[in-house]
Design a protein around this ligand. Structure first.
Ligand SMILES: [Mg+2]
Length: 171
């Protein structure tokens, strides 16, 4: 039961996920959440940090695709300056969006990772698809109203998770 909430890795921020780390783990495609992973949930634009991270990973031939529960309109506004493909209304924790991305972009599960800031949506969806995952800390500490309740349950699960898997740690 708890295993489905367990991320493969935990890294402070997506911007700390280096191309070297990905390639060492045979990963050539990053599926990423949008809100509070790539950009703050209440922001329309990315940052210079996002731009340079994308530049760096793409240089190594690593593909980046946004898989978000948010709307086409919201995602497009946030990523249009970065030439990022995206799958909207992914319905995480369901597997619909990730499976759609795997199919549409002809990805190999084994060499794909899902990065996101929520155990209850991003990590569960990845685990249900047997895709590796990286949990990151949210970019800003507050959340959209519909995430607040998730955060409460996340805390409960988190406490159980670290008890059961004492090796889990932030890298
Ligand atoms: Mg998020």
């Amino acid at each position: 039961m708890l295993a489905k909430f367990r991320p493969t890795w935990m890294i402070e921020s997506i911007f700390h996920v280096s191309p070297q780390f990905l390639l060492e783990n045979n990963i050539n495609c990053v599926l990423t959440d949008l809100d509070n992973t790539l950009v703050p949930w209440n922001s329309k634009k990315g940052s210079a940090e996002l731009r340079s991270w994308l530049h760096e990973v793409k240089k190594y031939g690593i593909q980046v695709i946004v898989v978000s529960n948010n709307s086409h309109r919201r995602i497009k506004a946030a990523v249009q300056d970065y030439e990022l493909p995206f799958v909207p209304r992914a319905m995480k924790p369901l597997t619909i969006g990730i499976r759609h991305a795997l199919r549409q972009f002809n990805l190999d599960k084994q060499s794909t990772v899902m990065i996101g800031d929520q155990l209850l949506t991003d990590v569960v969806a990845a685990n249900s698809c047997h895709v590796k995952s990286i949990l990151v800390k949210p970019l800003v500490s507050n959340d959209a109203w519909n995430t607040t309740l998730n955060r409460y349950f996340e805390k409960v699960i988190w406490n159980k998770l670290i008890k059961k898997y004492p090796n889990l740690h932030w890298e």
